[in-house]
Design a protein. Structure first.
Length: 295
């Protein structure tokens, strides 16, 4: 691995059933739902590539082949667009395939996020000492937090996660960190991590936000955990196990925005937010929304 690259592979768990988006997800994987015109997973792939990843390891379940197909070239469509001089569309169609090389790994049983990440272990080369994990439900904005996290790994070693400050009862929907300060107010040392605690038992207001740089040691920890919250093998529990064994874990507190594409309410907000910033659709949407809200 080149010294300047903290990780070469980025794991994107995308094996879920997407039940909150039924009936659409009967046939369309949740990860392909468009944010304006681009599937959420392409946004996440672009973020991974921007941070230096060369390979996207998409963990899918049987029947979700369309997720990887999105990253394959489409020669016939590309030829047609070329003939018609539709250069801007051609660029859009080619973008996913050009961003990053994609490999899929199948998770045959829905045993949880920890299990999904563990499925990617065999796809890593022997010299990859760390891996990024990006949960495609989470959009962390603006992008760039992975690069900050990589710098923290370079300084402290071990694993580095992204945290959001969530001061309220919603904290119980997340993995929550027990932290202490470092010299940098946006970097905390992690002493423990618990998955979806009751709000009054949360060790802090810092929640895991779907971006991880994990030392390769996590794969060994994932083999040793037992089912946790929701009866599933939790990535949080593998991180907690590493911490208990002295492995350094830090978080970068992201002070920017985020969207949760994992449920229709969050998805609608993301869609509107991106559409408002779109040069073609933004101005008209803004004025329509204004009058719609008055009415
Ligand atoms: C997962 C993780 C959790 C994390 C969250 C971020 O939970 O298990 O630790 O805080 O993603 O979105 P899920 O939302 O899949 O239940």
């Amino acid at each position: 691995m080149s010294e300047s690259l903290p990780f070469r592979s980025a794991v994107v768990p995308a094996a879920g059933l997407g039940t909150r988006f039924l009936p659409t997800t009967k046939t369309v994987p949740k990860e392909l739902l468009p944010v304006v015109d681009t599937p959420g997973i392409e946004l996440v792939a672009a973020e991974a590539a921007e941070a230096g990843a060369r390979q996207l390891l998409i963990v899918t379940s049987p029947g979700k082949d369309a997720v990887a197909a999105h990253f394959a070239p489409m020669p016939e469509l590309e030829e047609t667009l070329k003939e018609r001089g539709k250069d801007a569309l051609l660029e859009k169609v080619r973008r996913a395939a050009e961003l990053i090389s994609v490999r899929t790994v199948t998770q045959h049983e829905p045993k949880g996020l920890g299990h999904a990440v563990a499925c990617a272990a065999d796809a890593l080369a022997d010299d990859e000492q760390a891996v990024a994990v990006l949960l495609p439900d989470d959009l962390v904005l603006p992008t760039g937090v992975l690069s900050r996290m990589a710098a923290v790994r370079a300084e402290f070693g071990g694993s580095v996660l992204c945290a959001f400050d969530i001061p309220g009862p919603e904290i119980s929907a997340y993995g929550v960190f027990d932290v202490s300060d470092t010299a940098d107010p946006d970097v905390k040392r992690v002493h423990g991590m618990v998955e979806k605690p009751p709000a009054d038992e949360a060790p802090s207001t810092y929640a895991a936000a779907g971006r991880y740089i994990l030392d390769r040691a996590v794969f060994d920890a994932l083999e040793r955990i037992t089912p946790g919250a929701g009866g599933e093998l939790q990535l949080t529990d593998a991180v907690a196990l590493l911490i208990s064994e002295g492995h350094p874990v830090h978080v970068v507190v992201h002070r920017g925005g985020r969207h949760d594409l994992g449920n229709p309410g969050g998805y609608v907000r993301a869609f509107v937010d991106f559409a408002l910033q779109h040069p073609d659709y933004g101005p008209e949407l803004r004025s329509w929304l204004g009058s719609r809200l008055e009415g």
